[in-house]
Design a protein around this ligand. Structure first.
Ligand code: FUB
Length: 445
């Protein structure tokens, strides 16, 4: 194959592919992830934050003009399927409202129903937010929006749950959480909406997400119990309750991201929580990024609290760029993170090693059956240093030792491996002796 043809082939192969841990979409802002399993893939329908700009929405607030969809078969490699709905192509939406907030999507009888909130252009019919539906034959669209929003619904954050008997329910929020039955057509309410009143009464509640497991109905929602949102849940015997408060799924963001918004799925016999945080925009929490972590249950059906991780879920191929700054663990001292380029945070993070014996652990690296022969690290350093790649523990077998040159230019360095790891490995990058070294990624060959 000629060189140019090979380049085009590789570009085409990787176009629209995203490889990541947490957050798992890092080339744009995403929020409010509604994850769904359709067939053998997980589809995530987030909302799409964009930075505020003059003439685009309200300053210092959420600015959202469209929705995209992402999918994956392994929760590691994500495909961006592009824009599915845009504010100025929905007949009932005020075209310059930039208020395409948290959506949801469900499958029923051969069709995909995408529910989304926005501001109506006709304020004589409904003031503020209401909720509309768009319908498609495939999970990635094309989605055709209905000409009018769903009658009798005022609020945001739609969520649809279809029970085992086929009855569908729509939930949404407006200060409180509302619920109603949906008609068979999935486009109209079949009952009067009512407030699910047994949930905590003080503090904003929004973003409802209902699922069922072993006969228990879980009503999960972000709630401002203190100053910002945390994820809570309540349980009941019926999709519309009554629900009894049962606990916290995820505590408030340690760095103060005011919102959180989530969904829960079971994929290949493992439960997952999808949620968001403002990883790529630490100074402005209206530009968020979506994340996923494993979720598990106690014997009695209660949910174990999920501690957010950087490593996220899924395996990482040993032979791609392993972004070790999304680590599983680090030593108490000597490892710190920062953006590769603060002027372009979408370039991600780097890990800095700055004291003897500092270590960073990165779990679930998949070597498969291929015997790796060498390792490459992209490094920079003010004074130079020595790094080791080990397996199993910070004191485990040394797979490679690399001298990091003193150079402020990002430089790839390589070393032969002393062993030939196969299968799934937990790796450790350790610092030997004094010095300082910054690492963008590592990759095996
Ligand atoms: O993304 C805009 C709003 O922020 C969502 O609709 C809420 O749930 C909160 O995440």
């Amino acid at each position: 194959m000629r060189k140019a043809t090979l380049c085009c082939f590789l570009l085409a192969m990787y176009a629209g592919k995203l490889f990541a841990q947490n957050p798992f979409i890092t080339d744009q802002f995403t929020a409010d992830p509604s994850a769904r399993v359709f067939g053998d893939r997980v589809y995530v329908y987030p909302s799409h934050d964009i930075p505020p700009a003059p003439g685009k929405g309200r300053a210092n607030w959420f600015v959202m003009e469209d929705y995209r969809v992402f999918s994956s078969t392994n929760l590691t490699d994500w495909t961006d399927h592009g824009v599915i709905i845009t504010q100025n192509k929905v007949p009932w939406v005020k075209p310059d409202s930039y208020s395409m907030w948290a959506p949801d999507c469900v499958y029923r009888n051969g069709k995909y129903y995408f529910y989304f909130p926005s501001t109506s252009k006709d304020t004589t019919k409904v003031k503020g937010f209401t909720i509309g539906v768009a319908v498609a034959d495939k999970p990635t669209g094309p989605f055709v929006p209905q000409s009018e929003p769903i009658a009798n619904v005022k609020g945001i954050d739609p969520n649809v749950f279809i029970d085992k008997d086929g009855q569908a329910y729509l939930y949404w929020s407006q200060e409180h959480i509302y619920g109603a039955r949906l008609k068979e057509n999935m486009l109209e309410l079949a009952s009067e909406p009512f407030i699910l009143g047994e949930l905590p009464t003080k503090g904003l509640k929004e973003g409802p997400y209902v699922f069922e497991r072993k006969g228990i109905y879980y009503m999960t929602y972000p709630h401002v119990e203190n100053k910002i949102e945390r994820l809570e849940y309540a349980i009941g015997d019926n999709p519309l309750g009554p629900f009894k408060y049962a606990g916290v799924i995820m505590d408030e963001s340690p760095t103060g991201c005011w919102t959180n918004h989530h969904s829960v799925i079971n994929f290949k016999n493992q439960w997952y929580l999808f949620y968001h945080h403002n990883d790529l925009s630490p100074d402005f929490d209206k530009n968020r990024s979506i994340r996923a972590d494993s979720l598990s249950f106690n014997e009695d059906g209660t949910i174990r609290k999920v501690i957010p991780t950087l490593r996220g879920v899924g395996l990482t191929s040993a032979f791609g760029k392993i972004q070790i700054d999304r680590y599983s663990g680090i030593s108490n001292e000597g490892v710190s993170l920062s953006f590769v380029d603060t002027a372009d945070r979408f370039q991600g993070w780097k890990a800095k090693f700055s004291s003897p014996d500092a270590w960073l652990q990165y779990n679930n690296v998949d070597f498969g059956k291929i015997k790796a022969k060498s390792v490459a690290l992209m490094v920079t350093s003010d004074e130079g240093g020595t790094l080791q790649i080990r397996s199993n523990s910070p004191a485990g077998p040394v797979l490679a030792e690399l001298t990091v040159p003193a150079s402020r230019t990002w430089t790839p360095i390589t070393a032969k491996l002393s062993g030939a790891p196969t299968g799934i490995q937990h790796l450790y990058i350790t610092q030997k002796g004094a010095g300082v070294a910054e690492v963008d990624w590592i990759a095996f060959k």
